[in-house]
Design a protein around this ligand. Structure first.
Ligand code: ADP
Ligand code: MG
Length: 698
């Protein structure tokens, strides 16, 4: 039996393997590339490719692929085998540096939002040596970026790497001002907590809505839902435990630090959290985690649902993006320090995040906008669509004291003087938690909780990194010119708090009163739906910031705008068509047949004895007839809206039409069908119910 340490990372070409298999010269040259982004020359690439291939073949690989993240949100791969014909008619296993560094997938079917039309017809993939190659099945996967020949990013990795670079660059400027010369690199780290549902595969296969859309479009509430909270952290059922065990093994082999797992609030809902790592790696690993979850579930005759809202009436699934900033010298810049000097630095970085979230709340909201996530955000579920930050009462009190130059109401009742005083101890072990906040400070990191469970975490982190880079740039510009650094720092932080404290809210984020206060008194954005949020990508202020830091070009932003809206429209349209199909082909016939059965039973009773009462049957048949007519009429109404939708060619107009006309038709049809489900005998209902789906896995 192999032990966990032996197994961990055994399928990853990581620095341990590189060190063992590359010459000292090649290894150091590659390390330099990884750490400083220097160019890799071809002789080094050839040596790396050769070692990588030998290692992969020894571990059972026969193929390689450039593994990348196109704008579909999932990962893409095209496999080539290592085999090359040898003169003697046999084959050799070969892999060159050129093949490692660059690939040319036939990319014409990936969405580009007009980018390829504007620039170049083809795209190419380029190795990202900062993310390790790994073996999946029989394939060596090489993490790559995906660009057009004009250099426009066609993927999510490229802007993510650019945003990390922008943040590094500005953070280093700020650290220099604090006399921190030894730091060479600042990197954002992320630990994404992943929520998901597990249901029985045989039941899943009987529901077209789950198969086509990943969520249930119909379903009456079962007698028991999540009201008892008996699932949360409850003991894990044997089938789920077996799944989790195999999932952990698979993830560990790929060097993914899957750490905690537990049941979530909703029945059949679970969570997995890895140990945090650099944002780039965390993004790649989260994509892999989602893929492997689905594969392992299938092996256990279950289906892993990653949709944000698979079931109405019980919690949806999200992803908590735990984010912090650390230096290559091992310091977490969001951790309150032990000296006055460290504290001043901490407060400046804290102010930078507060300002970033306030100034670019629209971009952060847009970065998590999808049709699926609209069912969580702004729909009476955690977290709301309004972005605010939770800092906890103590830290808020410290900021208040700085802002007003008044005594901090802590133990010693004294003023906080930056650069002189130490922050009170409590901050380091803050356990204060607010589960309703979209963006919470949790002691030494921020937790952004608006991401949908199926989202790539790249988009949210691109915006977050870029926005914080922008605050730090403004601060560095100002402080580099200051004559008295400490005085200027104090003034700057005070001003930043004054200007941006409206984003800080420690109360209950679900409360209607908060939404009113946020929008009416504080002027915060409440972008409830995807069509409301996506236009933020093209707002002048946002475009200016993102292009100034070279995270996106304007054309790239336009392409994201198109693709995100297109995706929204396609998703909802498929849902609407699936609803219509299920209503006509499954629900209406089933309910009509049942009504006929009941009527026949009543007639049978009458034939037996004309004096017998058929009040129950008569009442039921009437109710069933009414609900059948209602479903039929609402399906007609839905169909006519779908037909109208097909006549709209502009994507913005289409998305708005869906938001304003189509969604309400879907809700109405569902209400009638769910009523029919309640009235219909169990054996007549054409597909598994919520009760079956949510409580099926033992
Ligand atoms: P929760 O109570 O929200 O479940 P956990 O303590 O389980 O929080 O941590 C959640 C995630 O936060 C984990 O992925 C963990 O690795 C990550 N995390 C912890 N510290 C940091 C940090 N400094 N930066 C980024 N992520 C972190
Ligand atoms: Mg959390």
């Amino acid at each position: 039996m192999t032990t966990v340490p032996e197994m961990f990372g055994s399928m990853v070409f990581d620095s341990r393997v590189m060190k063992a298999r590359l010459s000292g010269e090649v290894y150091h040259s590659l390390k330099r590339t990884i750490q400083n982004g220097t160019r890799l020359d071809l002789s080094v690439a050839n040596a790396v490719a050769d070692a990588m291939k030998d290692w992969a073949v020894e571990n059972g690989a026969t193929h390689f692929t450039h593994w990348f993240q196109p704008l579909t949100g999932i990962t893409a791969e095209k496999h080539d085998s290592f085999i090359t014909p040898a003169p003697d008619g046999r084959v050799l296993m070969e892999f060159s540096g050129k093949e490692l560094i660059r690939g040319e997938p036939d990319a014409s079917s990936f969405p580009s939002g007009g980018l390829r039309a504007t620039f170049e017809a083809r795209g190419y993939t380029a190795w990202d040596p900062t993310s390790y190659a790994f073996i999946k099945g029989k394939t060596l996967c090489i993490p790559t970026a995906f660009c057009s020949y004009g250099g426009e990013a066609l993927d999510k990795k490229t802007p993510l790497l650019r945003s990390m670079e922008a943040l590094n660059c500005q953070a280093l400027r700020v650290l220099k001002l604090f006399g921190n010369d030894e730091v060479r690199r600042v990197t954002p780290s992320v630990g994404p907590e992943q929520e998901y549902f597990l249901i029985d595969k045989a039941l899943y296969e009987q529901r077209k809505d789950l198969i086509y859309t990943g969520r249930t479009l119909f379903g009456a509430k079962p007698p028991k839902g999540q009201e008892l909270d008996d699932h949360y952290f409850g003991s894990i059922k044997p089938r789920v435990a077996a799944f989790m065990e195999e999932l952990n093994t698979e993830l560990w082999k790929l060097g993914i630090l899957a750490k905690t797992e537990h049941n979530e609030v909703a029945p059949a809902q679970h969570e997995l959290a890895p140990i945090y790592t650099t944002t780039n790696l965390a993004t790649d690993q989260n994509q892999l985690t989602m893929e492997i979850m689905q594969r392992v579930a299938a092996k256990h005759d279950m289906v892993c649902l990653l949709h944000e809202k698979p079931f109405a009436g019980v919690n949806g699934s999200g992803k908590h993006n735990n984010w912090s900033l650390s230096t290559d010298t091992g310091v977490n810049l969001l951790s309150p320090g032990d000296t006055p000097h460290e504290n001043a630095q901490f407060l400046l970085f804290l102010a930078a995040v507060i300002q970033a979230v306030d100034d670019y709340q629209g971009l952060l909201r847009a970065s998590v906008a999808t049709a699926g996530n609209d069912h969580r955000l702004g729909a009476n579920e955690a977290p709301p669509a309004v972005i605010s930050m939770f800092l906890g009462d103590e830290l808020t009190a410290v900021l208040d004291a700085i802002e007003t130059d008044s005594a901090y109401a802590g133990v010693e009742k004294k003023k906080m003087k930056l650069g002189v005083d130490v922050l009170p101890r409590f901050l380091r072990d803050t356990t204060d938690r607010n589960r309703t906040s979209p963006f919470a400070f949790t002691g030494n990191k921020f937790e952004f909780r608006m991401l949908g469970s199926s989202n790539s975490i790249a988009c949210a982190n691109i915006m977050l990194n870029a926005a914080v880079a922008q605050s730090l740039k403004l601060y560095a510009d100002e402080l580099e010119r200051a004559e008295d650094f400490n005085a200027a720092l104090h003034e700057l932080i005070k001003r930043a708090i004054q200007a941006h404290k409206r984003i800080i809210f420690n109360g209950n984020g679900y409360d209607d009163a908060w939404i009113r206060e946020a929008t009416e008194e504080r002027g915060l954005l409440n972008l409830r739906t995807t069509p409301d949020a996506i236009p933020e990508l093209l707002k002048a202020k946002n475009v200016e910031m993102l292009t100034a830091h070279k995270v996106y070009t304007e054309a790239e932003l336009r392409s994201r705008y198109e693709i995100m809206l297109e995706n929204y429209c396609k998703t909802v349209c498929i849902e609407a068509q699936t609803m219509s199909d299920m209503a006509r082909k499954q629900i209406l016939p089933a309910v009509a047949r049942y009504a006929a059965d009941v009527a026949r039973d009543a007639a049978g009773k009458k034939a037996l004895d004309a004096g017998l009462s058929c009040a129950y049957e008569t009442k039921l048949v009437k109710k069933l007839t009414a609900v059948i007519e209602s479903i039929d009429a609402r399906t007609d109404a839905l169909d006519s809206v779908i037909a109208k939708l097909r006549t709209i060619s502009d994507v913005t107009e289409e998305a708005n039409f869906i938001r304003d006309e189509l969604l309400s038709r879907m809700t109405e049809l569902r209400a009638a069908a769910d009523e029919a489900e309640i009235l219909t005998e169990e054996r007549c209902w054409p597909f598994p119910t919520y009760g079956d789906l949510l409580f099926s896995v033992k």
